[in-house]
Structures are given as C-alpha cells and as structure tokens.
Design a protein around this ligand. Structure first.
Ligand SMILES: Cc1cc2nc3c(=O)[nH]c(=O)nc-3n(C[C@H](O)[C@H](O)[C@H](O)COP(=O)(O)OP(=O)(O)OC[C@H]3O[C@@H](n4cnc5c(N)ncnc54)[C@H](O)[C@@H]3O)c2cc1C
Length: 353
C-alpha cells in the first residue's frame, strides 16, 4: 500500500476524511471510506500499524471477530491491511496529531502533527484508542535535557551509535533485540534491567545470555539512579544494584521500557471528554463537535463495549455522516457490496455483481 510519500515542504494534504489512529478500527475505517467513495489519510504516532493488537498482544488468538473463528491479533491486522489495500489509503506513521482547528470559512478542518504534517480535511475520524502510545520515559530530572542527544527512546539512526559506549535499558523484546543488534558497531553495549527475568522471547533471552557469556556485551541487573553529563552530553550512569552502587561510562542511553497510552493533546481539542474517553452521540458516533467523530476504544456512550467489532460498526456509521461533510450537495445512495459493480471492479478487477 500505502506508506505515504513524504509531502513537499509546506504542502497541505487535502482529503475527505483524516483518520487519527491506525489500530484495527482506523484500518477498517479506511476500507469503509473507500467503499463509500471518500478519500482518506491515516496518521499514527507509532512506527507501525495495528494499535493495541500489535503493541500489546500480537500473537494472542482472537475468537470474536464475525466469520473468523480464530486468528491472531497480527493476522487480523494483516487482513485489515489487505482489505483496505484496493483504496490505497496514505498511512503516515511516527506522526502524532497535536492540533485540530476549524477552518470556518471553508467548513473544513486543519490538522497538524508533531513532525509538521498539515492536513486539510472535511471530517476527522478519531480512532485513537487510549490515546497515542508514547515511550515510557526515564524518570530522572536530568534525562529530559539529554533527550535526543544522549538519551533516546527509539533507535532511528544506528550510525550515531558507531564506536560509542551504549547503555540499553529495559527487559522486553525491543531492549534485548537492540542490545544485540548494536553490539557489533558500538564500542561497548551494556544491557541494564532491574531484575534478572526478562519479558522477551525465550530465544532472544538465550541469545543475549550467550553474547554476555562470550564477552560480546555486558549485563547489569540494577536500577538507573543518576545520569552524569558534561556540556550537555552523557558521560556515565550510576546504577544501584543489590551488590552496591556502580558507575558505567556511557555516551548514549537507549531506554526501551515499553509504551504507555497518553490521551495528550486530544484532551485540548474542545471535545466532551469523560474519564479519558470522548463522548459521542450513537446515531453517527459524532462527538460534541460536528465534523469530528469518535469510534473504537476512544469513544464513550451508554453500554459501550471496548471490542473490535463495536469499533467496526461505529466507523461504518460515522463515515456515512462524514460523507455529507465532504459532499454537502450530493446524496449518497446505499448499494450492498454484493451488488456494487464499481466496488467489485476495484477489488477484483472485474465486475461480477
Ligand atoms: C490484551 C488484550 C486483548 C484483547 N483481546 C480482544 C479480543 O479478543 N477481542 C476484541 O474485540 N478486543 C480485544 N481487545 C480490545 C481491542 O484490542 C481494542 O478494542 C481495539 O484495539 C481498539 O481499537 P482502536 O482502533 O479503537 O484503538 P487502538 O488499537 O488502541 O489504536 C489506536 C491507535 O491510535 C494511535 N493514536 C492515538 N492518539 C493519537 C494521536 N494523537 N496521533 C496519532 N496517533 C494516535 C495510537 O498510537 C494507536 O496506534 C483486547 C485488548 C487487549 C489489551
């Protein structure tokens, strides 16, 4: 599909619907938008699609998707990607939506991300789950000033770690994978984790233990206590261990403690937010602000069930009203998909209806 082509500088991306969140509900919404005849872009703060399904339980079986007796969460996301593929939605990953502003004269919305993408859209479909998944940060006051230069929450440019002393903190798959991956190019890699039990795949834990035994990297069981810096650059890290305090010389700290969901900027968009959810009217899952819809886990209404199938239904209905914002002068006539010749042509390349 559909990884978005980077827009030219200052380009405003115009679309009928902007979908915020590429979880299962946002991906199904992209398909439904295509069926209805709406163009869409999808934005997600994460570097991959799939929302909770991929971040929290990719290999768990799901049993309550209609007509799919069982599939893993990852398989569900793969299928949703395949389903929306004929409509080639543009998906912008690693972009967190920060502002949604009304363009009054045009009856449209201007939507801006943290990395500078700007959209001009007729409607906004908020399928943002529990909010954006953001990295759990190092809870030390000195860490913030070092962020980006010496303290990192993702590995974006491996080259910056070449021949440097790296501390990777965390005990999950990402921490172990990156500690192992960086050991060849770094001067030295030390994995720091608070306990001698890991949340990573068994094979990865074993590989890490072999690398430590072979002297290819170090493992310290303890808690990071202080980051020592000079001239804005990390010099060393003090670590509390059961055997006493120790200091490791380090140029970079890569903290991979996992992700936490954060409603963040959404709370400031003037929507009716109740206990971290966005209140919607169940006729079309529209929020208190006309033109902005809330679907999936982010939406709240009486008897709301946080289930994927509920989100699918909500998205489908919301987009039918969104159509009216995109095409105020057109009346949309519903055709069942089984009789929709244009849809058949688009998906199968031939009309079999
Ligand atoms: C362990 C576990 C097991 C589950 N099992 C089942 C099951 O068997 N059956 C079932 O039906 N449901 C199950 N669920 C619930 C199901 O996963 C959720 O209902 C579903 O993921 C909600 O989908 P969503 O698209 O609304 O939100 P999410 O999956 O949460 O996706 C939201 C996306 O929005 C992005 N986002 C948020 N804010 C912004 C922003 N400002 N800018 C850019 N991006 C943003 C996030 O990064 C995220 O990727 C389970 C949940 C868990 C945790």
């Amino acid at each position: 599909m559909s990884e978005a082509v980077a827009p030219a500088k200052d380009e405003v991306l115009r679309t009928d619907v902007l979908i915020i969140g590429a979880g299962p509900v946002g991906l199904f919404a992209a398909f439904e938008a295509g069926v209805i005849g709406l163009s869409c872009h999808i934005v997600d703060a994460l570097e991959q699609v799939g929302g909770q399904c991929i971040e929290l339980y990719p290999d768990k079986p799901i049993f309550d998707i209609p007509a799919v007796p069982v599939c893993t969460a990852r398989q569900l996301i793969d299928r949703l990607m395949e389903q929306c593929k004929p409509f080639a939605p543009q998906i912008h990953l690693g972009e967190r939506v920060m502002r949604v502003e009304r363009i009054e004269e045009a009856h449209r919305w201007k939507v801006t991300t943290d990395r500078g993408l700007v959209f001009d859209t007729a409607a906004v479909l908020l399928s943002a789950g529990n909010g954006a998944f953001v990295p759990q940060r190092v809870g030390l006051p000195e860490a913030q000033a070092l962020e980006g230069r010496s303290v990192h929450y993702a590995v974006r440019q491996r080259a910056m770690f070449a021949d440097r002393r790296i501390v990777v903190a965390g005990g999950g798959d990402s921490a172990l994978d990156w500690a192992l991956a960086l050991r060849d190019q770094a001067k030295r890699v030390t994995l720091v984790h608070r306990r001698n039990a890991f949340r990573a795949a068994d094979a990865t834990v074993q590989e890490m233990q072999r690398a430590v035994a072979a002297g290819q990297m170090d493992l310290v069981i303890g808690t990071i206590a202080t980051l020592n810096a000079a001239d804005g650059a990390l010099q060393s890290i003090d670590i509390k261990t059961l055997g006493g305090d120790t200091t490791i010389e380090a140029d970079h700290l890569v903290a991979l403690y996992g992700l936490v969901a954060d409603l963040g900027p959404i709370a400031g968009w003037g929507l009716d937010v109740r206990a971290g959810r966005v209140a919607v009217d169940t006729s079309y899952y529209e929020t208190s602000v006309p033109g902005i819809f809330g679907v999936g886990d982010i939406a709240t209404y009486p008897n709301k069930q946080k289930l994927i199938l509920s989100g699918f239904h909500e998205a489908s209905l919301a987009l039918r009203k969104a159509y009216g914002y995109a095409f105020p002068d057109k009346k949309r006539v519903h055709v069942h998909s089984s009789y929709d010749a244009a849809l058949s042509e688009r998906i199968l390349g031939t009309s079999v209806t």
